[in-house]
Write a protein that binds this ligand. Sequence first.
Ligand SMILES: Cc1cc2nc3c(=O)[nH]c(=O)nc-3n(C[C@H](O)[C@H](O)[C@H](O)COP(=O)(O)OP(=O)(O)OC[C@H]3O[C@@H](n4cnc5c(N)ncnc54)[C@H](O)[C@@H]3O)c2cc1C
Length: 478
Amino acid sequence: MLTERAIVGLQELTARDRVLTAREDLLTYAGDATPLLGARPAAVVVPRDAGEVAGIVRLANEEGFSVVPRGAGTGLSGGAVPSADAVVLLFPTWNRILEIDEPNRCAWVEPGVVTADLHQAVEELGLFYAPDPGSMKVCTIGGNVAENAGGLRGLKYGVTKDWIRGLEVVLPTGELVQLGGKALKDVAGYDLVSLMVGSEGTLGVFTRVLVRLIPKPPTTRTILATFATVEAAGAAVAAIAASKILPSTLEILDRTTLRAVESFAGVGLDDEVEAMLLIEVDGRAEAVDDDAHSITGTCRAERATTVRHAASPDHADELRTARRAAFTALARLRPTAILEDATVPPSAVPELLGRIRAIAERHDVTIGVFGHAGDGNLHPTCLIDGRDAAEVARAEAAFEDIFSATITLGGTITGEHGVGLAKKRFLPRQLGQPGVRFLRQIKAALDPNHVLNPGKIFDPAPRCEGPPLGHPRFVDAT
Ligand SMILES: Cc1cc2nc3c(=O)[nH]c(=O)nc-3n(C[C@H](O)[C@H](O)[C@H](O)COP(=O)(O)OP(=O)(O)OC[C@H]3O[C@@H](n4cnc5c(N)ncnc54)[C@H](O)[C@@H]3O)c2cc1C
């Protein structure tokens, strides 16, 4: 509950015009990119510096309100969706790249820096920051760190956690600390940077981020392979994963997605085929040519109907952009697109693809599948009308089955989007009660008053560790 006294306290900490309480402002920040989730916060605050963030968090402990840090709001698990008593923190002007340290191959950045802007700035210097979520032209480094975001280059270069060397963080108590730093090796105490990465705004507010950089790979080749069945495409993914070549990108698009992308982006994709792989290799030119040749052979051996190479860097860029538009393109087909994040070991991709198709048929829903197939990370996207309760229930039942299949195949309910609100009811199935209790103990130790983004990943009280109760998603954005 945000009292009048707390609002005055916030205004004194920042400035009157930095504390927004008008209904339309609150509605703007009621949701993120996750459909069917939303709640109007009590206030929105735009702090100017880390000292103000620390003061707000201390005030939250004193006055009993919660604080939800927010980046660009592109999250797909409801991580930035506030509760009704929450104060949302915005970082729109925290978008400076503070230092690019070329000799030490790292950069300090503010949390509101847009990911693609960081790519551009470091690439101009011949350096490279690999994490490239599909949303990279909009999403922020702060949100990427909080979700441990992945991207198209994850197969070779890993996810955000592999690129974070240090953080300046406001802890849930309101203390400001720096974790990690420019030293390449550092084993002084527990690995607290790793604890913070992927903490979904529940353990700290990031006020500065130290990212790792590497030399930019000099050459990239882009290959498109099409298949008569989605299972054949899955088999090619498993065969490439088992080969001695490590592509930077290995993406899959099924026919539903291909059709949607082609009608949206018009880049000349063959949308009559059942599946397509977008594969990239990067590195030194000679090695890249050899790898591209081998991958072409593997795709043909796995019954690819066509294998083509991008004609030019611009063509490759167009294909990548089209792939990044997959969710947007699918979302145009029906009023509501629920995108999920099922991830299995790469060798299980063909099996999961087959099971998703059978599950969609069984529950009578349309599911388009695309994703980072090389990482075993698929995004089954269910296209429904969220106003139709029966259709929503069928979609939820289909996702229940998809996650059961994912866990049975040795996978996880989320490879990169986080648990947030949307998936917390599945977490006990994945981690078991002891695993969830462990997470809860970490949260309670660092944030005894539950001020930072409470109710995300797991509920504070143990009663919710059991099987799901009632409808998992709710609508309260009015
Ligand atoms: C079209 C589309 C494509 C996408 N593609 C990918 C993809 O390929 N890979 C992938 O991993 N994700 C993808 N996503 C999901 C999303 O973009 C990522 O999760 C991204 O990291 C969210 O960043 P954001 O700035 O929008 O954060 P938000 O959505 O605003 O917030 C996400 C979480 O971060 C926390 N947070 C934000 N800022 C801070 C901070 N300063 N300190 C502490 N916590 C903070 C929030 O509390 C919340 O829990 C995609 C989303 C869309 C809409």
